[in-house]
Design a binder for this molecule. Structure first.
Ligand SMILES: Cc1cc2nc3c(=O)[nH]c(=O)nc-3n(C[C@H](O)[C@H](O)[C@H](O)COP(=O)(O)OP(=O)(O)OC[C@H]3O[C@@H](n4cnc5c(N)ncnc54)[C@H](O)[C@@H]3O)c2cc1C
Length: 451
């Protein structure tokens, strides 16, 4: 199989890492690709940091392993290869009345990547994370062994792979339970809150009425407006909710081709003043309170996909995404401290995302979600200034008993990682069982000193 020398990064375009990219065409070629380390699986490279690249080693792309294998329309179960994208699942299955049970903020991720990061969506409080809807999956180990992993047969390996960042094997096939839906439309309620305490209050008061809930939060607002937010919450519309015209074609909702950022922006394009103006405009563009608007699912779930390659706007040094979760109720104070620090630093972040997680997956090891508040924000990479700021946020998160999300991370240190993920040693014992030589390795695993 040909290997191509490449410099690869994650979605944040930081860091760039030298590697050799392999693209198996058939599942039977995977063992050969894994035969020499360091080696790691890669999907669409939408993890923000350095998780999906093997430094100086082999990065094995799943993108040509993208076949649909079976579909049980009665039970809503689909079996696909690991390189199938959420985008393809939606295109193929929505007209048949099904939607993926958990989707991230972009359609452009693979199902294997989704399991390796155990991704969450706006419905985490209702439906948990991605792995909850995985019935079983096939894993190639560095030894060449090919195993079908179910909760019943090997629960430990199932749990270690969900959120295990590709470090337990190469995921080649998955069986997923889908969500039955009656249309491609959402019934959405919008609320503007004056500050972030009010946003948290609204989550507590009424998240139970919505399957999907999220807030866009203005991280640059200060003083009494600290953390002012726009809450967007909704449910899939039933066919009976649609007018006659829409009800005749319930699975057609406006999409439209994305606008593409044609080049990497010059350094400094996203100055705090620009971002502040954008955030203010976004906040005021929403009504104080609007009920029951009918919105196409792309506009609701994937607004960022409207601008393809928007990550280039951050310029040649790229950017860092920081996503944290802190437990309730103490976490509210930690969030306040974080927002104050960001606002004081004038650290430009386009509207950040705030959400309330539901319970964690039972027995979860490295899977990120824990009950509490999660905040995700983007910061342009300004070198040490940005790293120092993020280290100070790490301390606040740790003190509150929280953690940061590895799928977004490019700079956490080994000790902080271990303190944030107390199940790490148990996870490591399972990894040692399936990869005793530590052949599966990424820039992230090296940085975190995972043996
Ligand atoms: C705009 C945007 C919005 C996002 N929103 C969310 C969100 O709402 N919630 C959320 O949880 N995440 C979110 N993410 C993160 C994203 O969902 C995850 O990082 C996802 O894993 C990316 O999938 P991918 O196919 O690009 O995987 P990659 O980025 O290529 O890889 C991610 C990880 O999966 C591993 N992996 C990939 N393929 C395989 C394989 N075949 N076998 C074993 N391991 C493999 C890699 O080694 C790596 O550790 C978002 C990302 C972007 C860019």
């Amino acid at each position: 199989m040909p290997e191509k020398a490449k410099r690869l990064s994650g979605f944040g375009r930081f860091p760039w890492v030298e590697t050799h990219l392999l693209r198996p065409e058939r599942i039977r070629e995977v063992p050969q690709a894994l035969s020499r380390g360091p080696v790691i699986g890669r999907g669409l490279g939408r993890a923000y940091g350095d998780a999906a690249v093997a430094p100086g080693g082999r990065t094995v792309s799943s993108l040509r392993l993208n076949r649909f294998l079976s579909f049980d329309a009665e039970r809503g179960i689909v079996e696909v290869e690991g390189g199938v994208r959420i985008d393809e699942l939606i295109r193929v299955l929505l007209p048949r009345g099904y939607f993926p049970s958990v989707v991230p903020g972009t359609r452009q991720v693979t199902v294997a990547g989704a399991l390796a990061c155990d991704i969450h969506g706006k419905d985490h409080h209702r439906r948990g994370s991605f792995s909850r809807h995985v019935l079983d999956f096939e894993l190639f180990l560095p030894s060449g062994d090919r195993i079908t992993v179910t909760r019943e047969r090997d629960e430990a390996l199932f749990l270690a792979t969900a959120g295990g960042m590709g470090l337990t094997g190469f995921i080649s096939r998955l069986r997923l339970r889908l969500l039955p839906v009656e249309s491609a439309w959402m019934r959405v309620d919008t609320e503007r809150t004056k500050d972030f305490e009010e946003a948290l209050e609204r989550f507590h008061a009424s998240d139970a009425s919505y399957d999907y809930s999220v807030a866009w939060i203005d991280c640059l607002a200060r003083g009494r407006a600290l953390g002012r937010s726009v809450l967007l919450r909704g449910n899939f519309a039933r066919r009976s909710d649609l007018d006659r015209r829409r009800a005749t074609r319930p699975f057609e909702a406006p999409g439209g081709a994305p606008w593409r950022v044609p080049w990497t922006a010059p350094p400094g394009l996203l100055r705090p003043a620009t971002v502040r103006a954008f955030n203010t405009a976004y906040y005021h563009a929403h009504p104080k309170h609007a009920r029951d608007r009918l919105v196409g699912l792309d506009a609701f779930f994937f607004p960022l996909d409207r601008v393809a390659d928007w990550n280039r706007l951050y310029g040649p040094r790229g950017f860092l995404q920081y996503q944290l979760v802190v437990p309730e109720p103490e976490g509210a104070l930690a969030l306040r401290r974080i927002l104050e620090r960001l606002a004081a630093a004038g650290a430009a972040s386009f509207l950040a995302v705030l959400k309330r997680f539901g319970p964690a997956e039972p027995g979860a090891l490295l899977s990120f979600p824990r009950p509490g508040y999660t905040l995700a924000l983007d910061l342009p990479n300004r070198g040490e200034e940005t790293f120092a700021l993020l280290r100070s946020l790490d301390r606040i998160v740790l003190d509150a008993g929280g953690r940061v999300y590895l799928a977004k991370d490019a700079r956490l240190d080994p000790l902080t990682f271990r303190r944030m993920y107390p199940e790490y040693e148990r996870w490591l014992a399972i990894r040692r069982r399936v990869d005793p030589e530590g052949r599966l390795a990424s820039a992230l695993s090296r940085r975190l000193e995972i043996p």
